[in-house]
Ligand binder design. Structure first.
Ligand SMILES: *Cc1c(COP(=O)(O)O)cnc(C)c1O
Length: 404
């Protein structure tokens, strides 16, 4: 997608708008499958929560991906996109027993991450195969950013509770067919990650009936200059070798599974906004755009730094800007950012806008959520209409309807 292509998308579909490049999703999918090509049975389950547009799901389906889901609604969305239950894994946290039962009844692989539900589910449905989510508690160098399933995490069953897990499994006669970990942190140090996988392998040996081991995700992609990216190729090399050796120890063929979200879709996305106002104050120059944390919350929520380019004037003189939104709230996208000179009416493009951007958007300030466009085969395709006023009021009930 060139700047010209992106400007045309804004002309055609308005702003703000999310645009996703299908080729980049394909490239990332291939990079992962190539890195693990020595593993006989590899399963990639795309994490739907990163970007849940049905056309994106269908594109990933066409590449051979499965999906990882965290709610029954994501399961239904996946099925609507064409995924059969055997291509779906359900990895929720803190959901009700009823929701887990509902998803299991649909024939989807479930993953349980606490002892209470494990015992209740196992007692009621001993024949349904269940994967368990382990928290390996590996900490690297005291840096919370590279900690793997740290001790305070609400996710997973602590590795120290394994004796209790085994007791539940024995007492209920339930069938454990998978072991899982997802740390939620970025993998920066591959050796630390491999260390965590050793804990998972040790755990796996306690169960005779496994068909897969799921290493979750945590693949890091670069957001800003100087960011480290997970070295997928090196990781593929090391883990594939170790995994193949472990299968021999285990004595049965196993599937190696991952559930990447960010890695597959982050870099495919651009978020395009229009500059409404350039405001000089005593301390800075604000570029105020027709969006806010209602549409892109990651900078405010996680302090993420999305690169911002002025695609209307890509080669202008660079100046320092604070890029902020138009909602009535402090909604800062970036401060002291060098951007090619901005005038009102310019279009700015945020990079890495594929993962956890649109899916976290809201209607705060009664604004519409943006349109979404898929760039595929050299053309722009609208894949989600911008909301309208009718969408805002669809579920609201005015007083006169209450007869009170
Ligand atoms: C969110 C999530 C993922 C995806 O994580 P990324 O960092 O986007 O790759 C994978 N597995 C589970 C269980 C998740 O909740």
């Amino acid at each position: 997608m060139t700047n010209k292509d992106l400007l045309k998308v804004v002309q055609e579909h308005g702003s703000p708008v999310y645009v996703y490049d299908a080729d980049i999703i394909t490239r990332q999918y291939k990079r992962l499958t190539d890195a693990f090509k020595k593993v006989k049975q590899l399963r990639l389950n795309y994490a739907v929560k990163a970007l849940n547009n049905i056309s994106i799901l269908q594109h990933l389906h066409s590449l051979g991906s499965g999906i990882d889901t965290v709610s029954v609604q994501e399961v239904k969305l996946g099925m609507l996109a064409g995924f059969t239950p055997d291509r779906i894994i359900f990895t929720p946290n803190g959901v009700s027993l009823e929701e887990i039962e509902q998803v299991a009844a649909m024939g989807v692989q479930i993953n349980i991450d606490n002892l209470s539900i494990l015992e209740q589910f196992g007692t009621k449905h001993p024949d349904v195969p269940v994967c368990i989510r382990i928290n390996p508690h590996v900490m690297a160098g005291g840096n919370a950013n590279i900690s793997v399933g740290h001790i305070d995490s609400k996710f997973g069953i602590s590795i120290h509770q394994l004796p209790h897990v085994l007791r539940i499994v024995e007492n209920t006669g339930m069938n454990i067919n998978g072991i899982h970990m997802h740390t939620g942190s970025d993998i920066l140090d591959i050796d630390v990650f491999i260390y965590a996988t050793e804990i998972l392998f040790e755990t796996a040996k306690k169960f005779d009936n496994l068909s897969f081991i799921d290493f979750g995700s945590g693949f890091k992609v670069p957001y800003k200059e100087g960011d480290i990216e997970t070295n997928i190729e090196e990781m593929g090399e090391k883990l594939s070798k170790r995994f193949t050796a472990f299968q021999k120890e285990y004595g049965k063929p196993l599937t190696l599974a991952f559930e990447p979200g960010k890695f597959l879709v982050s870099e495919s996305g651009k978020f395009l906004v229009n500059v409404n106002v350039v405001k000089q104050t005593t301390s800075t120059v604000f570029a105020q755009v027709d969006s806010g944390f209602n549409h892109l919350i990651r900078p405010m929520l996680y302090n993420s730094q999305h690169e911002i380019h002025n695609i209307s004037n890509p080669n202008g003189k660079e100046r320092f800007y604070s890029v902020v939104g138009y909602i009535c709230e402090t909604d800062t996208f970036a401060t002291n950012r060098r951007i090619s000179e901005i005038v009102e009416g310019d279009i700015l493009a945020f990079s890495n806008a594929g993962a956890y951007c649109f899916t976290m958007a809201s209607n705060y300030n009664s604004r519409y959520r943006p349109a979404e466009v898929l760039w595929k085969d050299g053309k722009a395709h609208l894949i989600r209409k911008r909301e309208t006023f009718d969408d805002l009021i669809a579920n609201q009930i005015p007083l006169e309807a209450l007869n009170v």
